[in-house]
Design a protein around this ligand. Structure first.
Ligand SMILES: C[S@@+](CC[C@H](N)C(=O)[O-])C[C@H]1O[C@@H](n2cnc3c(N)ncnc32)[C@H](O)[C@@H]1O
Length: 288
């Protein structure tokens, strides 16, 4: 079977699946382990029997709406490769922005412009609801002197995060299992969290890729999507240093609610809402 035949075969199988062409290219690229340009430039390239079999198996999995990242078993996030499976949410590109915001804030602070007190080897960051470890491990890789806590209530998710720390050769992390900030005994300079924030009713309207395969524990934020963030704000005061910062990813209609929650706990804080690429409220920074 050639590349052209493989893509035509996939097209027929996936006609009712979302992003069918994009999925077929991505899967084929990861079967033949060649650059996408080869797929485009050499439609007559012949797959080996083993490649053909693997491609067909993967396409049939995709037909059942399994996300392509679960099929190939990884995703690239902030320049690192993360193993993913059904026990963890697939990290989204918008979450890379959260990592970028924290890194640039720390670098600015290191240049003496901002007020985070503890830098270099004293810097402590807690990533709450770490899942695959995408946020915490990306920070740890870029801040090798810092100490990063990775917390999740799911032991299966923590197992994936631990594997990802090994794959990426990251040592400056400590894993904790438990409810939000409860398992932490050390106060952090920065607390970052991308917690479940989708209102339960809204889950029904999401694509099957998400609702049938990604963990509900990573998505469901209760009736208004805010249940887990309300708990988070009940706990965070005792887990953050005096001049600390909080970075959160939130749902598009939750900006004002999260701002109110933040000011309820930290009345003198500067609370900033930031938008995503679509112009929707997506991030909150609480600067104490
Ligand atoms: C939206 S996912 C985010 C995963 C990862 N941080 C990311 O950005 O890709 C939320 C994560 O929070 C975890 N979680 C949900 N409730 C929690 C709780 N009460 N305490 C700790 N972790 C929780 C879930 O298991 C899941 O891994």
């Amino acid at each position: 079977m050639t590349i052209k035949q493989a893509l035509l075969w996939a097209d027929r199988k996936l006609k009712e699946t979302e992003d069918s062409k994009k999925s077929a290219y991505f899967l084929l690229k990861n079967v033949i382990l060649k650059d996408e340009s080869l797929i485009l430039a050499y439609p007559e390239f012949l797959l080996t029997k083993r490649q053909e079999l693997k491609f067909k198996q993967w396409i049939l999995k995709r037909k059942k709406n399994l996300p392509v990242c679960y099929i190939v078993g990884f995703i690239d996030f902030y320049g690192l490769r993360f193993k993913v499976n059904k026990d963890v949410l697939i990290p989204r590109p918008e979450t890379e922005v959260l990592v970028e915001m924290i890194l640039s804030s720390v670098i600015t602070a290191q240049a003496g412009i901002q007020k985070i007190k503890h830098l270099g080897s004293d810097l402590v960051i807690s990533d709450i609801g770490t899942g695959s470890g995408a946020i915490g491990l990306s920070l740890a890789k870029n801040l090798p002197e810092a100490k990063i806590y990775l917390v999740d209530i799911s032991s299966k998710a923590l197992k994936v995060a631990k594997k990802n720390s090994k794959i990426n050769n990251i040592q400056n992390v400590i894993f904790k299992k438990g409810n939000l900030l409860e398992p932490l005994s050390e106060k952090a300079d920065i607390v970052v969290a991308n917690l479940p924030y989708i209102p339960t009713e809204d889950l029904k309207g999401l694509p099957l890729d998400i609702t049938c395969h990604e963990p509900r524990l990573a998505l469901d934020g209760g009736e208004d999507g805010m249940d887990v963030y309300r708990q988070f704000f009940n706990q965070v005061k005792n887990k953050l240093k005096t001049c600390g910062k909080i970075y959160l990813e939130i749902g598009e209609n939750q900006g004002e609610k999260v701002k109110d929650l933040s000011l309820g706990v930290f009345p003198n804080a500067n609370v900033l809402l930031k938008k995503d690429w679509a112009g929707l409220d997506r991030y909150v920074i609480v600067d104490l």
